[in-house]
Design a protein. Structure first.
Length: 616
């Protein structure tokens, strides 16, 4: 099935003439429809009910993103040279129409020549095309993915005092967020029924938006978003290097028939993008694991080198997440993942390293502005590992200081015996994993990674898989969701100052104060402060309101009084007051709020008059 989808101000069509014997019987009257999504549809040979269901899912998802609930299906044979028979096409068209629950849907007459006029809206998601085939939906799934849906999990709550309770008997009165996580995980329902609040914020602040010309789950990041993203990337990388991680870079594409790959597919629950090239079956990486493992395979390692830590910030990792799960920055198909593997000589060393990385991850999230109260912990492990390492598990729970969700398995299904993760619960009650670590007991052998121990014997290391923050895009999602919650509860939404695309905005009263404003902006920039100037020909009130809508914390209005003063008149959005500060006092205040954080220069023109308007 081929679909050309348009978001329209209006469409007008008139049936002119029946062209085929199975054409529908309708009156040839002109039909006008306003504020509507129009899908021009060509139904092809091989299209079936599976294609219908997937088409409905994709169309509904895109309609949710643009906020429309009115749809016209317009049969349009010109999109394909491989058309289904007319009777089959008509049946599938009607099946399509019947499956759009909750949407005002109709279809243009089938089998008619029609004249039409259409006026398409001017936004990035207004035009898109889709090709959906039955073959494309019969994805090859790994053994791990198939096993994941069949695993018998035993769910418990573990409290800091070491008591383990079945999930059904635990009193969640004081732990409502944990209750949300427990229900979300045990149900394993990932689909999103409506866009979470951060989607509107990422557009409003010109951070990111959907890219209709790409595959779903691949985002475009505007200058503001790229700056925020790069700041977070640098912060996480600095933390991992301080911990002792050695940064590498590996390919994003691999041969799926490489001996170690086929085996790994069946141990890692992820869907991959597949590519045919020059007779090879390639895939886009869904993690940095195998790139680093193949690299480590070429190392000559002694026990004296261990633990050895390899780190990569993958831009990008790719996973073909199901379309109903994709929304904003929460879950993507292309994402940036900090991935650090530690190669350890034995389980004792692995557990010591595991403790260190647990503390690292908490420290990273705290530095990003995500505190303990913002997330709930889940631990997934085998019953055998738990019985042998209860002290380690209880130690982690004590550090968190509140009950955690435990998923326990009677036998090991995947390559790890223990995995923990911190999960953020958003404003719609959906859980998203952030930091995580795993103890991997398989892949040292699978990838032929070896080291020589104290007795001069060759052994395979135990491998730890840690992302101290989780995907960078997901961190941005959390920060925006937290801001949305602040706004809902009457607090001013904001980003941490070190992540703000503009930290200080200067507003000259008139053009005669522009040179002074430029000089001041230069002095502030030399102190590693991102500053811009609103030189537009608007009123002072409007320019101040615009700065506040952009969540810019500090505003400096420059006029005769300010030029004559030795102090700066600082309008602080957070405290909603104006203070007189010396230049050094102002610098000191900002430095105190951004200390030990990366700094990037302004990623937009200094003057607002030189900036294009970003339409989202």
């Amino acid at each position: 099935m081929r679909i050309l989808q348009l978001h329209c101000d209006k469409i007008e069509y008139t049936p002119i003439k029946k062209e085929i014997s199975v054409a529908e019987d309708v009156e040839p009257n002109t039909v006008e429809l306003d504020e509507i999504v129009v899908c021009f549809v060509a139904i092809e040979k091989g299209d079936d009910e599976h294609v219908v269901q997937n088409s409905v899912s994709q169309i509904k998802e895109s309609m949710e993103k643009i906020g429309s609930k009115k749809l016209l299906l317009y049969p349009y044979a010109h999109l394909s040279a491989n058309l289904a028979s007319p009777s089959t096409a008509l049946a599938i068209l009607k099946s399509l129409e019947e499956n759009f629950e909750g949407i005002d849907v109709s279809h243009a007459p089938f089998g008619w020549t029609k004249s039409y006029q259409v006026k398409v809206k001017g936004h990035p998601l207004a035009e898109s095309s889709k090709v959906i085939t039955s073959e494309s939906q019969k994805e090859k799934t790994s053994t791990a993915l198939e096993s994941e849906s069949k695993i018998k999990s035993f769910w418990h709550i573990l409290t800091p005092d070491g008591k383990m309770q079945d999930i059904e008997t635990f009193n969640f009165t004081q732990n409502k967020q944990l209750e949300v996580l427990a229900k979300y995980e045990s149900a394993k329902k990932r689909n999103v029924e409506e866009p979470p609040p951060h989607v509107a914020l990422m557009k409003k602040l010109a951070i990111a938006d959907y890219e209709s010309a790409s595959d779903q789950g691949n985002m475009r990041f505007f200058p503001n978003g790229r700056l925020i993203k790069s700041q977070i990337e640098q912060f996480v990388t600095d933390k991992v290097r301080d911990y002792g991680g050695f940064e590498v870079e590996t390919p994003i594409m691999y041969d799926s028939h490489h001996p170690s790959m086929e085996s790994y597919f069946n141990r890692f629950p992820a869907r991959q993008y597949n590519i045919d090239s020059e007779g090879k079956k390639l895939f886009l990486r869904f993690a940095a694991c195998f790139g680093q493992f193949l690299m480590a395979n070429d190392f000559q390692i002694s026990y004296k080198h261990l633990p050895y830590r390899l780190y990569e910030l993958t831009r990008y990792s790719f996973r073909r997440e199901q379309s109903g799960e994709l929304v904003g920055l929460r879950r993507l198909r292309a994402f940036t993942m900090p991935d650090c593997h530690a190669f350890c000589k034995d389980m004792s060393q692995a557990i010591d390293e595991f403790r260190t990385r647990f503390d690292l991850s908490r420290d990273v999230l705290d530095g990003l502005g995500i505190i303990r109260d913002d997330y709930e912990m889940a631990i997934r492990l085998t019953e055998e590992f738990y019985n042998e390492n209860k002290d380690l598990i209880i130690e982690m729970v004590k550090k968190i200081g509140k009950p955690v969700l435990v998923e326990m398995w009677k036998e090991r299904f995947f390559y790890f015996v223990l995995k923990w993760e911190f999960n953020y619960i958003d404003n719609l009650g959906k859980a998203s994993a952030l930091s995580t670590d795993q103890i991997d007991v398989e892949n040292g052998n699978r990838y032929g990674i070896e080291f020589v121990d104290e007795r001069n014997q060759t052994k395979n290391p135990i491998i730890l898989h840690n992302s101290p923050s989780g995907a960078i895009e997901r961190i941005m999602y959390v920060l925006l969701e937290k801001s949305a919650k602040d706004a809902k509860e009457g607090r001013k939404p904001s980003l941490p100052l070190w992540l703000a695309p503009t930290q200080v905005r200067i507003i000259p009263l008139t053009d005669e104060f522009l040179d002074f404003s430029k000089d001041l902006s230069k002095k502030l920039s030399q102190k590693n402060i991102r500053v811009d100037i609103d030189d537009r020909n608007d009123s002072i009130g409007k320019r101040i309101r615009d700065a506040e809508k952009e969540w810019i914390r500090y505003i400096l209005v420059i006029g005769e009084k300010e030029i004559a003063s030795t102090n700066l008149s600082v309008r602080d959005r957070n405290s909603n007051n104006v203070r007189d500060l010396s230049f050094d006092e102002f610098i000191s205040e900002i430095s105190g709020l951004t200390s030990n954080k990366p700094f990037s220069k302004l990623n937009m023109p200094l003057l607002l008059s030189k900036r294009p308007i970003i339409q989202v």
